[in-house]
Design a protein around this ligand. Structure first.
Ligand SMILES: [Zn+2]
Ligand SMILES: [Zn+2]
Length: 159
């Protein structure tokens, strides 16, 4: 588990005085990463920071896995997540962007909150451990992926 307080923070101050179009790629890789309430494993990605006339454009491409519970069989499994996003951190308060992101005075951009927000959108509302998960027996709660219980066996014998 990484203990960095801002694992996805990058100082882009050096880009501010570069010519428009200058960019820099920053790679990230963490075996475990906690973004607020979102726990991730095998996190990796790249962020490209580009100098634009209005500010610094951050383009992220991140992936990782998070633990979710199958809605049918209630087994926990690792759900792969992948997201890409593009957000402008504007130079001035008056240069309002859709997202309202402003480049901080000290040039530190923290992609943590954005990465969390975008990756959460990729978490399925009804996760399934596999497409054809058989779920649990409504009578005894047996996990039918492990084999049929007596109730289900009786049912399929009748069918
Ligand atoms: Zn399942
Ligand atoms: Zn049963």
């Amino acid at each position: 588990m990484t203990t960095l307080k801002y694992p996805l923070r990058v100082n882009v101050g050096f880009l501010i005085h570069q010519t428009i179009g200058t960019s820099r790629d920053v790679q990230f890789e963490f075996p475990q990463l906690q973004l607020n309430d979102l726990g991730l494993s095998q996190f990796k990605g790249v962020a490209r920071f580009s100098r634009t006339p209005q500010g610094i454009l951050a383009q992220g491409d991140f992936e990782g896995q998070t633990t979710v519970e199958c809605v049918r069989c209630l087994t926990e499994f690792l759900q792969p997540l992948h997201t890409t996003f593009s957000e402008l951190f504007a130079f001035h308060n008056k240069a309002l962007t859709d997202s309202g992101l402003i480049l901080p005075e000290d040039g530190n951009i923290d992609l943590g909150p954005l990465a969390r927000e975008y990756l959460l959108l990729e978490v399925p509302i009804r996760p399934l451990c596999r497409e054809d998960c058989l779920g649990l027996c409504v009578e005894c709660g047996a996990d039918l992926n492990q084999g049929l219980c007596e109730h289900q066996a009786a049912k399929s014998a009748r069918a």
